[in-house]
Design a protein around this ligand. Structure first.
Ligand SMILES: C[C@H](O)[C@H](O)[C@H]1CNC2=NC(N)=NC(=O)C2=N1
Length: 97
């Protein structure tokens, strides 16, 4: 993806931000709720064949997405997964953090 493409896709995903060659978002959620949310995300990841780097902490969970197969560059699949994570987060009552 070109830089203007990345900027345009990111603008349509409020809450996600660029961190180097990844896009990231943190949600507030209680620890065990975070575990349940991650299981749900993992099911969707398996379906679409694309996986986030996930960091679960006490009270929040952070997702970082890049395409490893493309040499850690941002691709369409990253933004697709981000939108799916937003939907799952909403279903689990996760708060924007
Ligand atoms: C064979 C399989 O599709 C690849 O290894 C997939 C799996 N999930 C992946 N997820 C992410 N984020 N980047 C990848 O390059 C990637 N590659």
């Amino acid at each position: 993806m070109t830089e203007p493409e990345i900027t345009a896709r990111l603008a349509r995903l409020p809450g996600w931000r660029r961190e180097g060659h990844s896009i990231t978002r943190t949600f507030g959620i209680r620890y065990h709720g975070g575990v349940a949310m991650i299981v749900h995300v993992a099911d969707v990841e398996r379906l679409i064949g694309h996986h986030a780097d996930i960091d679960l902490r006490w009270g929040h969970v952070r997702f970082a997405i890049t395409t490893h197969d493309a040499g850690n560059r941002l691709t369409d699949a990253d933004f697709d997964l981000a939108a799916r994570i937003d939907a799952i987060a909403a279903a689990h009552g996760a708060e924007p953090a």
